[in-house]
Design a protein around this ligand. Structure first.
Ligand SMILES: C[S@@+](CC[C@H](N)C(=O)[O-])C[C@H]1O[C@@H](n2cnc3c(N)ncnc32)[C@H](O)[C@@H]1O
Length: 639
């Protein structure tokens, strides 16, 4: 059958709630597909369901508009950065960095990555008043359109449009910005999936209620308090704010938090004292960030068995830092949990970790992330990679993100960050995979937000002069990932993990790309296809294949049909180019016949590149062929 599809201007997230409702309650829909709420209520067994009588929730100006943004079609296409993607380190990489507004990108990912993501970490603008957050929206609705689209009165439509166009940073503006993005992101999470959101006091109350609404209150897992700095803050008005939060919501009850487990067979429990078997874990920090300068407050002395002061030593022999802060150290000392070993005349302290009865000892994580890492670690990591200080404001430490990754993902799990910033999440995935030999993949999304030369001259000059690129934050994200990968390679020469990534970006749909299918046959072409370049056709192909559920990292196979080139993947054959002839059709049918690995279940043609005579011929031949062979091949003409 010949099926006409308008896709390019219609890319949006599928409403799976409706699909599920239809599947489970078909009796509640009338013959025209309208949902009958009364029937639905009657269908529920009222004895088993407690109806909430409490009408409680979060409301703000713009909420209905925010819902519209979540369901509104994308206004862009996706295209590949071919030069980057074909480099050796990237060509078979399964990691992704996507340049664009995350609202657009999440819509593009809605099919291909539906329920594919195990963990989301985001660090959105906190709306501090000085972090530059303002509501930005290039969708242009008239008052009338808005009234119709979301069913509100004229007065409210005017107020919503006024605030969406006034560069506001009110709570309403922030909520309107975040709601559709969270709504779309939730659809990408697996049932066992989890989302972590960094936030501070400015919006934590709003975010909690917003997340209750989007994810459901019963899916609130908890809230970490992370001590992000020590010292400083003398300009804070009342008391020094040392912490911020990480909100944690799960997608469903399928989620489990993986505690650190020490298993019986762990041979490092090779010491014994009156309390039993234990292992000794060094108290001086090792690995990265182990120098005194990294955490000056974690450089202090403790008394050794000879009552002499002992200071932490870094792996390079210089002054180092402890793994724990003063309070925890005192606790360890008071509880007799230090194991001393004498090396070259000096005492070295270790923490005793006891082996417990039973098969497994579980060490539960705590809701306060206290001594492990701070903003300074985040900044130091960037300074080390770029050789320049303060290239990016408050990057999150990879140690913090790795802690979340370690406990929630493994193997080939996909980790998404749609406010990528300096790319800390990508760096953390690279590092954690190297440490524990897993093969997790990341998807990062970052807006090409322009760097203001007045506010961030160092960064602006670096991108312009050294990277020779348009000075946008995206370039920092990209460069950070490249430098992090090369550092890991240098430090671990034999490491063979995936340290590459592919780049895609959004690009606006061409002006006037609009049509009315029924008028096409009468030659009323509303869009002049001759304007489309090879690059444009490639963008269409990438956008459509993603819409059809094919991952961005999966390349389509090039199929040569005589003089014509087609593209194939996951049972879908794309005929995008001009010049398809009857001979090419013959070659195509012969190939289906003879090539056992080539079994297209859909043939998708780009309507503007086929005239109606050819299209009819093609579709009839495919139909005859599939009838004869008793196979199903959908023939789709797409615009
Ligand atoms: C607080 S920063 C994230 C920092 C990051 N966690 C790190 O460690 O570097 C938020 C980032 O989101 C980006 N951003 C803001 N709005 C965006 C949007 N609509 N789409 C994609 N990125 C956006 C900003 O450019 C900024 O880089």
């Amino acid at each position: 059958m010949n099926n006409e599809q308008k896709v390019t201007n219609e890319i949006k997230a599928p409403n799976k709630d409706l699909v599920n409702l239809r599947k489970d309650f078909p009796q509640c829909f009338d013959k025209d597909g309208n949902f009958q709420l009364e029937k639905f209520t009657l269908n529920l067994n009222e004895k088993e369901i407690n109806f909430s009588t409490e009408s409680y929730g979060l409301d703000w100006l713009g909420k209905s508009y925010a819902r519209l943004l979540a369901s509104d079609p994308a206004t862009t296409l996706l295209k590949a950065d071919e030069a980057h993607n074909k480099k050796d380190e990237n060509k078979s990489s399964k990691n992704l960095l996507i340049k664009g507004d995350n609202l657009e990108v999440l819509k593009h990912l809605a099919n291909a990555y539906y329920e594919e993501v195990k963990m989301i970490y985001i660090d959105p603008p906190y709306n501090t008043g000085s972090d530059g957050f303002v509501y930005n929206d290039d969708r242009k609705f008239t008052v009338k359109e808005l009234q119709q689209l979301i069913g509100i009165d004229e007065e409210k439509a005017k107020r919503i449009l006024a605030f969406t166009q006034s560069k506001s940073n009110s709570h309403s503006a922030w909520l309107t910005f975040l709601y559709p993005r969270l709504y779309l992101a939730k659809q990408l999470l697996k049932d066992e999936g989890v989302i972590f959101i960094s936030i501070d006091d400015n919006e934590v109350a709003q975010l909690r209620l917003l997340m209750d609404e989007v994810f459901g209150e019963e899916n609130f897992v908890g809230k970490f308090i992370w001590r992000k700095k020590e010292g400083g803050g003398q300009t804070d008005e009342f008391f020094v704010r040392e912490h911020e939060y990480i909100l944690v919501y799960r997608k469903s009850g399928e989620f489990v938090w993986k505690d650190e487990e020490i298993i019986n067979s762990d041979t490092s429990f090779n010491k014994t004292d009156a309390l039993g078997k234990y292992k000794a874990v060094k108290l001086a920090k090792w690995g990265t960030g182990a120098r005194k300068e990294d955490r000056p407050t974690m450089y202090f002395s403790i008394k050794d068995p000879d009552n002499k002061n002992t200071f932490p030593i870094a792996p390079d022999g210089n002054p180092g830092r402890w793994r724990v802060g003063k309070t925890r150290m005192q606790n360890i000392i008071d509880n007799g949990l230090i194991h001393w070993e004498k090396k070259n005349g000096d005492y070295i302290p270790y923490e005793k970790i006891y082996y417990s009865e039973g098969d497994v000892k579980v060490i539960k994580d705590r809701s306060i992330i206290f001594d492990e890492t701070s903003n300074t670690d985040g900044a130091n990591a960037l300074t080390e990679l770029f050789g320049i200080k303060d290239i990016f404001e408050n990057p999150k430490p990879t140690q913090l993100i790795q802690f979340l990754i370690r406990n929630n993902t493994e193997k080939e799990d996909v980790i998404l960050d749609f406010f990528a910033g300096s790319g800390s999440t990508g760096h953390s995935v690279f590092s954690q995979n190297q440490v524990d030999s897993n093969n997790r993949k990341f998807i990062l999304i970052q807006l090409p937000e322009l760097i203001n030369p007045q506010k961030k001259k160092i960064t602006y000059d670096f991108v312009k002069d050294e990277l020779k690129a348009e000075p946008s934050i995206f370039e920092i994200t990209k460069e950070r990932l490249i430098r992090a990968a090369s550092k890991i390679t240098k430090e671990n020469k034999d490491y063979k993990g995936d340290l590459g990534f592919k780049i895609f970006e959004t690009t606006p749909i061409w002006e006037n790309y609009d049509f009315e299918v029924d008028k096409l046959d009468t030659q009323t072409k509303l869009f002049n296809e001759s304007k489309l370049t090879d690059e444009d056709i490639k963008a269409l192909l990438i956008t459509w294949k993603t819409y059809d559920g094919i991952a961005l990292t999966q390349d389509l196979e090039t199929i040569v049909l005589g003089s014509y080139t087609a593209y194939y993947g996951n049972g879908k054959l794309y005929l995008m180019n001009k010049g398809f002839t009857t001979d090419n059709l013959k070659t195509l049918l012969e190939k289906i016949d003879s090539d056992k690995k080539f079994n297209p279940t859909s043939i998708i043609t780009f309507g503007y590149h086929f005239d109606s005579k050819h299209l009819r011929e093609l579709s009839e031949n495919v139909k005859q062929y599939s009838n004869k062979k008793n196979i199903d091949i959908d023939f789709i003409t797409r615009f």
